[in-house]
Design a protein around this ligand. Structure first.
Ligand SMILES: [Zn+2]
Length: 230
C-alpha cells in the first residue's frame, strides 16, 4: 500500500503529505483537514517556555520558539521525513512562510539580523544534495524581512558518538564540531539559529558554544519541531 501511494505520488504530487487525499487548488502540502489537525505549539512567553527550558543553565539564549510537536508517527514526523529524506523542499517553504507570518507579529523577532541554519557536514550535504533547512530558512527570512546567512557557521566533525559523550567531553574546545568562518561579522547582532527538530538540544548547544565566542551576540532559537518531554 505504501509503495502504491509513493508510486502515485510520482505522477500526482498534489496529494496531502499526511493523508494522501487529493489537494484542492487552494491547498498546499497538507489538506485543510490535516492542516487544522497539526500539533501546534502554543507559546505565550518566548523567553521562558518548554523549549527555552531545555537550555536553561547550559547556554545563554534570548528566546526560543517552535512550530510543531514531534511525536513518533504523527503528522509532524511525516512532514519532516518528506523534507529531510525525500527532497520535498517545498515542505520547508510552506512551514517557513507559516512560522514567519506568526513570528512577524512578535516584536522580539523584528530585531533579528541573521537567520543561521544548523549546518550539515559537507559529506552529508553532498550525499543528501541539500540542507533541509534552506527553504525553511529562506521563507522565514522573507517573512521576517531579514537576511538568511547559511555559510557562516560550518560543521567540522561528523557526529557518531556525540550523544554518548558526557557533558565535559562535549565542551572540549580541541574538538569544536561547529566553527564560525567570521566572528566580527556577527558582533552586536541578533542571530536566529534554526533547526528541524529539537530533542535533547545538544546540537543547538554545540552551535551556541561557538556563536557565543562572538562579542555581544544575541541568540534566539527557532525550530520546526520539538519533541516533548515525557
Ligand atoms: Zn490530509
Amino acid at each position: 500500500m505504501q509503495f502504491f501511494k509513493d508510486f502515485l505520488g510520482l505522477f500526482y504530487p498534489n496529494l496531502c503529505i499526511n493523508c494522501t487525499r487529493n489537494l484542492l487548488k487552494n491547498e498546499t502540502i497538507v489538506c485543510t483537514f490535516c492542516n487544522n489537525d497539526l500539533p501546534l505549539i502554543e507559546i505565550s512567553n518566548i523567553r521562558k517556555n518548554q523549549i527555552s527550558e531545555v537550555f536553561y543553565g547550559k547556554i545563554s539564549i534570548h528566546s526560543a520558539v517552535g512550530l510543531l510537536y514531534f511525536r513518533k508517527g504523527n503528522s509532524t514526523q511525516k512532514l519532516i521525513h518528506k523534507l529531510k529524506y525525500e527532497n520535498r523542499q517545498d515542505v520547508g517553504s510552506f512551514l517557513g512562510n507559516w512560522f514567519g507570518r506568526e513570528l512577524h507579529e512578535n516584536t522580539q523577532f523584528s530585531s533579528v539580523d541573521h537567520i543561521i541554519p544548523v549546518p550539515l557536514h559537507k559529506k552529508r550535504l553532498k550525499k543528501r544534495g541539500y540542507n533541509q533547512l534552506t527553504t525553511f530558512g529562506t521563507a522565514l527570512s522573507y517573512q521576517l524581512k531579514t537576511s538568511y546567512t547559511p555559510n557562516i557557521l560550518i560543521k567540522t566533525v561528523t557526529n557518531k558518538t556525540q550523544t554518548l559523550k558526557n557533558r565535559f567531553d562535549r565542551f572540549d574546545t580541541a574538538d569544536p564540531k561547529f566553527k564560525l568562518t567570521d566572528y566580527e561579522y556577527l558582533e552586536n547582532k541578533h542571530v536566529l539559529l534554526i533547526d528541524d527538530i529539537i530533542t535533547t538540544g545538544a546540537t543547538i548547544e554545540f552551535c551556541c558554544i561557538e556563536l557565543l565566542k562572538v562579542k555581544n551576540i544575541k541568540i534566539s532559537i527557532a525550530t520546526i519541531a520539538f519533541t516533548e518531554r515525557t
